[in-house]
Design a protein. Structure first.
Length: 280
């Protein structure tokens, strides 16, 4: 599907403390919009707007000031734009004629957030609690990666507001390495890492095979899976069966894209376990 386009951004209905913004989308559609500007104190402000809107009123402004507004369109995880406009708020009738005004600088795009330290606490024979900090910015979500007692990679998703998570289902008396990544749009930041040795299971004998001391289980980021050949078979006048292979790794899902007889883009989702689909 082609990327949507933003048109023009204009300011109207200007009062001493608000400005109404209007914009157009000449092609496609966006999931949402974001208006960015700086307030009278020079602090960045972000105003989210739903994807069906073409107008929004920016409140809480100061009188007799010039503002620059940037509007971005969000399309999936991609940010399109900005389109920009300037507006000077109206004069407050209660202010003196020579009240000072200010010209506000342009709103810069938000800088990439940073991860701080990752620490392990509340260690039990079968769990470890992880804590981390975000000294700057915000993340959409986090991902904890480690290997289980069988050496299999495990991935634990965590929402972006959390700063702690408990990793369950571990084995006693084992050293684990945990990697934490922050997800920011389509970018993965990190990792930050920490090690922890789970506690000894008091119900096991000292020499029982249930408490082997394993070497450190280093968690490397999983390698990107690979797609192999795509072939067409079982072709009929109104359908084609597609087959493909995945020689390495696994995918969450697949997507078949094509254009129909009228030239319109079509998208056919396929689950990640499939290796064949019929396009009807």
């Amino acid at each position: 599907l082609s990327e949507p386009h933003l048109g023009d951004l204009t300011a109207s209905h200007i009062t001493p403390d608000s400005v109404q913004l209007e914009w157009s989308v000449p092609e496609g559609s966006f999931d949402s919009f974001t208006v960015q500007y700086k307030d009278a104190q020079g602090q960045p402000q972000v105003l989210p707007v739903d994807g069906d809107s073409r107008t929004v009123t920016v409140p809480g402004l100061s009188p007799s000031r010039r503002y620059k507004f940037n509007l971005y369109g969000m399309w999936g995880r991609k940010r399109v734009g900005p389109i920009s406009t300037d507006a000077v708020t109206g004069e407050d009738k209660f202010c003196q004629v020579h009240s000072p005004s200010a010209v506000e600088p342009e709103m810069e795009p938000p800088s990439e957030p940073r991860l701080g330290d990752l620490t392990a606490s509340h260690v039990t024979p079968d769990s470890v609690q992880l804590e981390w900090s975000v000294p700057e910015g915000t993340f959409d979500s986090f991902v904890v990666q480690y290997k289980d007692a069988q050496g299999q990679p495990q991935v634990l998703p965590v929402d972006g507001d959390s700063r702690t998570v408990t990793v369950p289902g571990l084995s006693p008396s084992r050293r684990y390495k945990f990697n934490l990544y922050g997800m920011w749009g389509r970018k993965r930041v990190g990792p930050i890492s920490t090690d922890a040795v789970t506690g000894e299971d008091k119900f096991c004998q000292v020499h029982s095979p249930c408490v082997p001391y394993a070497s450190e289980l280093e968690r490397e980021p999983p390698s990107e899976p690979r797609l192999s050949d795509l072939t067409a078979s079982h072709v009929t006048p109104d359908s084609v069966q597609l087959e493909w292979s995945v020689p390495e790794g696994s995918f969450d899902s697949f997507m078949v894209q094509y254009k129909d007889a009228q030239g319109q883009p079509q998208v056919l989702p396929v689950d990640g376990d499939s290796r064949t689909v019929t396009v009807p």
